[in-house]
Design a protein around this ligand. Structure first.
Ligand code: CU
Length: 397
């Protein structure tokens, strides 16, 4: 698990050789441009969208042929509080055969998909072992790639239950709106693949011309209520961990506990923060980060003078979309258990069933100020505290 410095430097060098200029890749993919330049991180996508033009929005309501266009909102966010709501709003909608639903990813989209698997079938896996990679040596982790069936659009925009329809990850849509038309009556479950643990919802399609139980305005009001309840649960979760609990450690040192992301409302509310963000300790003390975010992974990452690694490496292909390779530098723990400001030091993805587990400890033996960040929810440790998932440890004599 713990690389030597030399091995680590070699891995960084390898990763940089493989890393392509992201904008170049995106241009080849069809000019996705700035809006996706930081595709995998919430923080960067937020910056990029300030320059983007708003996506075209389909006209809601009745069409000349009597069918309707409805709206469901995909996820929600309170950016200024670093809270994310992982749900569809409303969670259930009843429409008629022939109607269309516009899935609104919003102006500040999260890392979401809208995915209707064929009825009775499992949704595509999000990541998988790279089919093109040579098998990993014993003890080495396999290379993972994002499954193109999950990351990119599949199946057009008509869903009748017989075949997969997937929006792909919103960042790869270049702002193109995603709407689905439902020609066949039935009850259809759908989900967001990256947040499959909690982000699931349902469309009920009645016979054409049936009486509708609710209007769009009713669903909008319901959506607002559901979003507010989830964000409130996130606020309550954040308030539980405002202080770093201190417990005695070895040799008179102290262990300070920092919460690495909290969750509420059964995981639909995600607090994308370290709680508390700033902790002052004495040289020799240990910080223990505890992951409390249910299914949402986070990292604790100190760059130690190295360049910030990309989490996803884009590899252009002769045809079709690029391969999206998961960087093992970010996924797996790196560095030792003492940090003095030098050397890339990373918890790996934390969470149950994640390589970094639910607890991560580092001892600090050298006075100084050490900024750190979550690779998945900030651009780097220099992002301002409070505007992305970053934190700071101040070590005194
Ligand atoms: Cu995070």
């Amino acid at each position: 698990m713990i690389d030597s410095r030399a091995a680590l430097a070699a891995r960084i060098a390898r990763a940089q050789v493989r890393r392509m200029d992201r904008r170049d890749v995106l241009r080849r993919m069809g000019g996705l441009g700035l809006a996706v330049a930081g595709a995998a991180t919430l923080g960067r996508s937020a910056h990029a969208h300030q320059d983007g033009t708003p996506p075209a929005t389909p006209t809601l309501g009745e069409r000349p042929d009597g069918t309707r266009v409805w709206r469901v909102i995909v996820g929600g966010m309170a950016m200024e509080e670093l809270l994310e709501a992982q749900a569809f709003f409303p969670g259930e909608i009843t429409i008629n055969a022939g109607d269309t639903i516009f899935f609104d990813f919003g102006q500040m989209p999260g890392f979401h998909t809208v995915t209707f698997p064929a009825v009775g079938e499992e949704p595509p896996a999000f990541q998988m072992p790279d089919p093109a990679a040579t098998p990993a040596a014993a003890g080495e982790p396999p290379t993972l790639v994002y499954n193109p069936e999950a990351a990119f659009p599949v199946g057009g925009e008509t869903y009748d239950g017989t075949a997969l329809v997937n929006s792909g990850v919103v960042f790869f849509r270049e702002g193109a709106p995603f709407s689905v038309t439902f020609p066949e009556p039935g009850e259809y479950e759908y989900l967001c693949i990256p947040h499959a643990a909690v982000m699931r919802a349902r469309v009920i399609v009645q016979e054409a011309g049936s009486e509708l139980p609710m209007e769009q305005a009713d669903y909008d009001a319901l959506a607002e209520e559901q979003l507010a309840a989830i964000l409130d649960a996130g606020r309550a979760a954040a308030e539980e961990y405002t202080e770093a609990a201190a417990t005695p450690g070895a040799d008179g040192a102290t262990v300070h506990e920092v919460t690495n992301g909290a969750a509420g409302a059964d995981g639909q509310a995600q607090v994308l923060r370290f709680l508390p963000e700033e902790v002052t300790i004495k040289a020799g003390d240990t910080v223990r980060w505890v992951h409390r975010s249910a299914h949402e992974p986070h990292t604790v990452t100190f760059l130690g003078g190295e360049e910030a690694p990309e989490d996803v490496i884009f590899e252009p292909q002769p045809a079709g979309p690029p391969r999206l390779v998961q960087n093992n530098m970010t996924l797996f723990p790196q560095g030792g258990d003492v940090y003095n400001g030098e050397g890339f030091t990373n918890s790996g993805f934390m969470g149950e069933e994640m390589p970094g587990g639910t607890e991560y400890e580092l001892t600090f033996d050298t006075p100084g100020e050490y900024g750190y960040y979550c690779i998945l929810h900030a651009g780097g440790p220099e992002d301002p505290i409070g505007q992305a998932m970053v934190g700071r440890i101040t070590v005194t004599e």
